[in-house]
Design a protein around this ligand. Structure first.
Ligand SMILES: Cc1ncc(C[n+]2csc(CCOP(=O)(O)OP(=O)(O)O)c2C)c(N)n1
Length: 345
């Protein structure tokens, strides 16, 4: 089967570095309390999203769950807009109203950032249905964690995708855990990929720590879908190096397991492959890494210097067509002293 077009590997290594350095900075800023709410890092899983976007077109659709920083960066959302979103600033990709779990960027066809486990899988079907209805040859990439595969919405979505032959790739990022619950404890199947068989959807397993394996497999799947629309399922076996979220010490897994996957770092692996083949020097790698670090640091500065969204924008983008136009009942200043004075009056 002819493979879909692929992007340059050194460029994709750079993208992995950007994602890694961006999230390391985000982690630091979260600890410094510059970022509020939840924050789930993707560190360790970079080969999955980069391998997938390396073989798709700019106008293909991407939708994912709440571990979404990497998906936005991979789609082309700027590090500035991503960091500003984490800081809750008006310049963020969701105007500072979404935060870590709700990155959104229509211009780059990144349709979220969804916090409810499994809830975006039917939305992916909607995107794919729209493409098919309009006779477009776009593919929808729907990423989700292993925790999503036992949700009702997931099953309904796969059934409809198969019935309607929708051009969607369900990409399960199996990092072995849903919060602190291991796949073995939550799922009756021996392997996740068997879920696809239940809906007569073709499926395959990829090494999610190996950029080339993800890209080459996805490349064939994408080419097949563009020729004749149909759903596909890919189980990417991967690992997150950090806890479920910033507040999780990850005591449910062993040091040995973490160490085993650390030795299989997707960035180190692609770097070694390219170096062995004479496509990358140590100097070039250092240059790329330095640039990724610089962009991440600049994004922090940009986020810090950006303004917060004005209070009257609180309900913007929440309801359709301005169903709630403003927040008239909110006090202008909600400082503790003002609230007390207002209550007393
Ligand atoms: C419907 C629903 N139930 C429970 C939760 C709480 N919750 C947040 S994250 C999470 C684990 C999801 O794990 P997984 O889908 O494997 O994604 P990963 O964290 O591995 O990326 C759960 C249960 C939720 N957000 N939505």
């Amino acid at each position: 089967m002819p493979a879909a077009e692929q992007r340059d590997e050194v460029e994709m290594l750079w993208l992995m570095l950007l994602i890694r350095r961006f999230e390391e900075r985000a982690s630091q800023q979260y600890q410094a309390q510059k970022i509020g709410g939840f924050c789930h890092l993707y560190i360790g899983q970079e080969a999955v999203v980069t391998g997938a976007v390396a073989t798709t077109r700019f106008d293909d659709y991407v939708i994912t769950a709440y571990r979404d920083h990497a998906h936005a960066l991979a789609r082309g959302t700027s590090a500035n807009a991503c960091m500003a979103e984490l800081f809750g600033k008006d310049t963020g990709c969701s105007r500072g109203l979404g935060g870590s779990m709700h990155f959104f960027d229509k211009e780059h066809h990144m349709y979220g950032g969804h916090a409810i486990v499994g809830a975006h899988v039917p939305l992916a079907c909607g995107l794919a249905f729209a493409c098919k209805y309009r006779n477009e040859d776009r593919v929808t990439l729907c990423f989700f964690g292993d925790g999503a595969i036992n949700q009702g919405a997931f099953h309904e979505a796969l059934n409809l995708a198969a019935l309607f032959k929708l051009p969607v790739i369900f990409i399960c990022e199996n990092n072995l855990f849903a919060m602190g619950t291991s796949v073995e404890r939550s799922t009756s199947l021996k392997q996740i990929i068997d879920r696809a068989e239940g809906y007569d959807i073709p499926g395959c397993v990829v090494d999610g720590m190996n950029f080339r394996h993800v890209r080459d497999t996805l490349s064939e799947v994408v080419a097949s879908i563009r020729k004749d629309p149909h759903p596909a399922f890919v189980e990417a076996r991967t690992y997150r190096y950090r806890g479920h979220s910033m507040s999780d010490p990850a005591s449910y897994r062993t040091k040995e397991q973490l160490e085993k996957y650390r030795l299989d770092d997707p960035i180190t692996r692609l770097r070694a492959q390219l170096t062995r083949e004479g496509k990358l020097t140590n100097e070039k790698f250092d240059e790329l890494d330095k640039e990724a670090k610089r962009i991440a640091l600049e994004a922090v500065k940009f986020a810090e210097e950006s303004e917060e969204p004005p209070l009257e924008k609180l309900y913007d983008y929440t309801y359709a067509n301005g169903a709630v136009k403003a927040a008239p009942s909110l006090p202008k200043n909600n400082s503790a002293a003002e609230k007390k004075a207002a209550a007393a009056s």
